[in-house]
Design a protein around this ligand. Sequence first.
Ligand code: ADP
Ligand code: MG
Length: 179
Amino acid sequence: MITIQNKNELRKYAMQKRNSFADSGVLENKSSIIIQKILNSSEFNNSNHIALYFPIKNEIDLTSLLNLKDKNFYLPRCNNNELEFVKFEGFNLLKSGTYGILEPTGEKINPEILDIIYIPALMANKMNYRLGYGKGYYDRFFAKYNLKAKKIIIVPFELHNDAFIQDEFDFQCDNTISA
Ligand code: ADP
Ligand code: MG
């Protein structure tokens, strides 16, 4: 367990750790285990409106879930430094956005319809607080709305870190899924 507390130091550590997963097939393996956990969860099976994310920089890849036809999926989009969610209507309708992340091009939805939001993270602690890339997109989004959606962090086990102390503006999520 590492004991660094500074967020920027932790981000560097987490990025390096994730890079080490990339080549060896570890990331694919973790992604498929987490997908199985999601598919086996009652919260997923009981939900209809589900937000995922398009992976970058060795994030866990959940995008094969987007092929399921019996759920409505949504992806985040950065607009004027704020997060919004847009319905996924097919891979061919995604376009590279602000950070080079593939984003849907349709109308933003009312996020109050969402049942679950799966959130990528660099790290998470046992209280379900997440460390992101440092722009606070999800923190600001969750502070703006009072969402019923279950907020679930997706992060490798190796990047659980209870030395990470959240700031007061960090938003507490409901659960963390790891592999
Ligand atoms: P991340 O969550 O991406 O790891 P941080 O938690 O470090 O990033 O947050 C980045 C910045 O976002 C903070 O320095 C803070 O100023 C801003 N921020 C976070 N939450 C809010 C909020 N609810 N309202 C306004 N600014 C916020
Ligand atoms: Mg934060």
